[in-house]
Design a binder for this molecule. Structure first.
Ligand code: TRP
Ligand code: ZN
Length: 877
């Protein structure tokens, strides 16, 4: 227990389970007001000698009866409390029957069995199965599940569970029917799933490389049947990719996906029966943006890839979460890179890392990729476990090479198929398959914090040699002093370029060398370097580190134009624009007259007037870094000055290059039919980026406003429609109001589209934004019980509207605290995720610090605060 009286779990305390469960037969009887669950398990004691009690987890359950081998247990034979059922002296091998009653229609936490509208569905990861029946709810207990579901024929014509359908029939009781599903693969209970309701389905088929036919089914509400094509195509692409890339085939005869509107996260990889947030299934050109299309493809692939990395080989305990999540994110990123543009994909992956993970890693919730301790595991489904975890796997691939990595994956599956294992097991397979020493590399799993690299170099004309010195330091993180951390093994992808843009390395056509940084300070020497080279450092972001800028603006401007590594062109452009903005922020702070960094403007002009090779890359380079990312580079953030500085640069660019932006806007219009190819998406992105510059002019110009209105009213695709609406949202007035009303009328029947309507208003930089947001809380389409709505309105305001959320009157903070307190009693997981923008209060200037801290204190005081919110609030204050 900690000071707040909460139970704390430690990785070092892991113990193998006392009992195993070989199989479990579940019987669900679904009714309007309650569900009866009968669970019959075959239990076996692992340890022959000591006769320890059997401890089962259980929460919010109404226990009806417990039987062992058919005999009802008397109340003296077990102990029941709020979180467990303990059978005191069970035999060595026995059949355990437990009957419970649960109330899915009252379940607003969306964990366990709940209803999304009229549809029954489950979410068991991480610890939701204990809200269905008493069971040893831990991932290292693998059992064969058979599931019988019985319900009303009218209300639940479709009833699904994991595996294969083995029986159907009607029940004597009027108007009811049943199904029986059997999943032949032993699995942990977090992968259990049940769905029942009125659903329609889209069917397709995939023939595996060994020639087996797999039925593919996507279940949605009938009105959405025409929005499943892209999801289905994505699924088939993912199945093919996994065969081609890793030799991994699907293993059941059916693969089912169900879309529901109420879901805490993106989707869930339940064996053979994925359950998805409908946001990651449904698309159509009129309703989904390019980003949505890419998101659907990525999440469908992610959940599919879990079938091997997560399900066939699963986690021993929840501290190992990155074993499945880091690896699966790595796999879905590579898949998306191959389906779209590798450079664009890499940039987006790095943006997530820099804009969110670096922030987490520098704040009070920082934790290693494999955490040492937690209070509520749901709080550790983080960007660190997922995205930094993926970077760690990527570094393994960089160190071993693609072939070596594949050998490691093969060995990993060969050794561990059907097992629950650890991150160490994964690294051991990689090391053993290739004969590589990865001992030092493992520090990435146990040390939190973003390593900071400092680089210096000098070129010696006499000896034609070049020396590059790199130091690494890792900051303090909760419970780990930086000075006690061991150096990381860091792969540095390096290019050296001549002044006329040629690469100096050229072995086998590879212009990049991988250096191994293993010491705290190391010097790398290169010979036969006849002229002073320009350093292209950390190509493709070869490690999740923070490199202090060591190059002059001239060099960055050069790299931005000529680096043969396209990722690094973007990197240099971003460094240059960030430093240009932060320069202005510093001048605003001092009150000195503003002077611009002309090199930056020259670079931008060059990039928008040159022949455009890749519109998407140009758009990414022109989009200025968000305030949240810039804030990380300041010691004491004043959000008003930051916003002003960024706006000044944006306007200055727009003013100077109006004609060029207008030219880009006109020339990148899509001729002909709407497409979602990477090229078409790239052009839309560039066109809309140009429009966003034109719309940032001050005072606004009517002709550009008209362009924007025209785009809104003529566009037949949501990307263009919503961009126009977003750009206009920053300009209050009757035009703006009319467009929002228009949009509402047109889309009020489509919940996912309306999420965009809420989010855009919540992200308006206008100062009446918060009052609009408060007003929207009572819109009839808003609901605190729907996580997508909460994210769209409250989440968008607090984490997507830096300047208004941080308004100096503190009202943004107190609003968020009110919402968290209200949500805590409805859905603790969602409430806890909302706390994050308050946790980094130490980064802000004094007055805001006090205001933010005050709200954290106020939340902490709520009697009966959930463990989810409590952990984050108490670690942050
Ligand atoms: N395992 C899921 C994924 O990454 C994540 C997930 C879905 C989840 N629903 C959840 C995690 C609920 C915690 C709680 O694909
Ligand atoms: Zn996942």
């Amino acid at each position: 227990m900690n000071q707040a009286g909460k139970t704390v779990f430690f990785r070092k305390d892991y113990k193998a389970p006392e009992y195993s469960i070989e199989k479990i037969d579940l019987n669900f009887q679904l009714y309007d007001t309650k569900t009866k669950v009968t669970a019959i398990s075959c239990v076996r004691r692992n340890n022959k000698e000591n006769r320890s009690p059997l401890i089962l987890n259980g929460e919010n359950l109404q226990l009806i009866s417990v039987k062992i081998d058919g005999n009802v247990l008397s109340s003296s034979e077990y102990i029941l409390d709020n979180t467990s059922l303990t059978v005191l002296t069970p035999p060595a091998v026995f059949e355990l029957e437990i009957v419970t009653e649960i109330y899915p229609q009252e379940n607003k936490a969306l964990e366990g069995l709940y209803q999304s509208g009229p549809i029954f569905c489950t979410q068991c990861e991480a610890e939701g199965f204990r809200k269905i029946t008493y069971y040893p709810d831990r991932p290292d207990i693998l059992a064969v599940f058979t599931t019988r579901i019985e319900a009303d024929v009218e209300k639940c014509p479709v009833m699904l569970s994991n595996g294969n359908l083995i029986e159907t029939g009607s029940v004597e009781e009027g108007g009811r029917h049943f199904v029986v599903w059997k999943d032949p693969f032993p699995k942990p209970c977090y992968l259990f799933a049940l769905v029942a309701g009125r659903l329609s389905c889209v069917n397709d088929e995939f023939i595996t490389s060994s020639g087996r036919a797999v039925d593919l089914k996507i279940y949605v509400e009938e009105k959405n049947l025409n929005k499943c094509d892209h999801a289905m195509v994505s699924l088939k692409k993912a199945m093919e990719w996994d065969e081609k890339t890793y030799g991994l085939e699907y293993d059941l005869d059916t693969y089912m996906i169900v879309a529901v509107d109420d879901f805490n996260m993106g989707a869930m990889e339940n064996k053979g029966l994925n359950i998805f947030n409908s946001k990651y299934v449904l698309t159509s050109p009129e309703t989904a943006t390019d980003e949505d299309y890419i998101g659907v493809e990525g999440v469908i692939a992610h959940e599919y890839f879990h079938n091997w990395t997560g399900n066939r080989v699963t986690c021993r305990d929840w501290f190992q979460l990155s074993l499945k999540e880091g690896l699966t994110v790595f796999r879905d990123q590579n898949f998306s890179a191959e389906m779209n543009s590798p450079t664009v994909q890499r940039i987006k992956d790095v943006q997530i890392l820099r804009n969110f993970q670096f922030r987490e890693d520098s704040g009070p919730m920082a934790h290693p990729v494999r955490p040492e301790t937690y209070e509520e595991i749901n709080n550790f489904y983080t960007v660190t476990v997922y995205n930094k975890g993926a970077e760690v796997v990527r570094m393994v691939q960089t160190l071993l090479g693609r072939e070596g990595f594949r050998k490691g994956m093969d060995l990993y599956f060969h050794r561990h198929d059907g097992q629950a294992v650890t991150c160490d097991d994964f690294i051991a397979a990689m090391a053993d398959a290739t004969g590589t020493d990865l001992e030092q590399f493992k520090n990435w799993y146990c040390q939190a914090g973003t390593p900071v690299l400092e680089v210096s170099s000098h070129w010696e004309a006499d000896s034609s040699s070049f020396h590059l010195t790199v130091t690494q330091n890792c900051p303090d993180t909760p419970g780990q002093k930086g000075k006690n951390k061991k150096p990381f093994h860091i792969p540095l992808a390096l290019g050296l370029m001549t002044e006329n843009g040629k690469d100096l390395f050229g072995k086998n056509g590879c212009k990049t060398e991988i250096l191994h940084l293993k010491e705290q300070k190391q010097t790398f020497t290169f010979t036969n370097i006849a002229e002073k080279p320009v350093v292209s450092f950390l190509r493709d972001f070869s490690a999740p580190v923070d490199v202090k800028t060591f190059q002059q603006d001239e060099e960055l401007a050069f790299l931005m134009k000529y680096d043969s590594n396209l990722y690094n062109r973007w990197e240099s452009a971003t460094r240059l624009s960030a430093s240009t903005i932060l320069d202005v922020v510093r001048q605003l702070e001092k009150g000195t007259p503003i002077q611009f960094n002309e090199l930056f403007f020259d670079g931008v002009l060059h990039s928008i007037t040159e022949k455009i090779e890749d519109p998407a890359l140009l758009a990414l380079a022109l989009e200025l870094p968000p305030e949240t990312a810039l804030a990380l580079q300041l010691d004491s953030v004043d959000p008003d000055l930051l916003f002003q500085g960024r706006t000044i640069i944006k306007r200055e660019l727009a003013t100077r290059f109006q004609n060029e932006f207008l030219f880009l806007y006109i020339n990148n219009q899509e001729a002909g039919k709407y497409r979602i190819s990477p090229e078409a998406m790239g052009r839309r992105r560039l066109k809309n980026c140009a429009l966003s510059y034109l719309m940032s002019l001050n005072p606004p110009q009517d002709k550009f406003l008209q362009l924007c209105i025209d785009q809104f009213s003529k566009s037949a695709n949501m990307t263009d429609t919503i961009t126009a609406l977003r750009l206009i949202s920053h300009h209050p007035g009757t035009t703006r109001d009319a467009l929002f009303t228009d949009f509402y009328r047109k889309w009020e029947h489509d919940s996912l589209v309306m999420d965009k309507w809420f989010a855009i208003q919540a992200m308006s930089s206008h100062e009446n934004c918060l009052s609009t947001v408060k007003h929207l809380l009572s819109d009839r389409l808003f609901s605190m019980e729907n996580p997508n709505k909460v994210r769209a309105l409250i989440g968008a305001f607090s984490s997507g509207n830096h300047v208004q959320f941080h308004a100096i009157n503190g009202e943004g903070y107190s609003f968020l605290a009110d919402m968290i307190l209200q949500l805590d009693s409805i859905n603790p997981q969602i409430a806890a995720r909302l706390v994050s923008p308050l946790t980094n209060w130490k980064r802000y200037e004094k007055r805001r610090q006090i205001l933010m801290k005050k709200e954290l204190e106020r939340i902490a005081k709520k009697p009966g605060l959930s463990p989810d919110v409590s952990e984050i609030v108490n670690k942050s204050r």
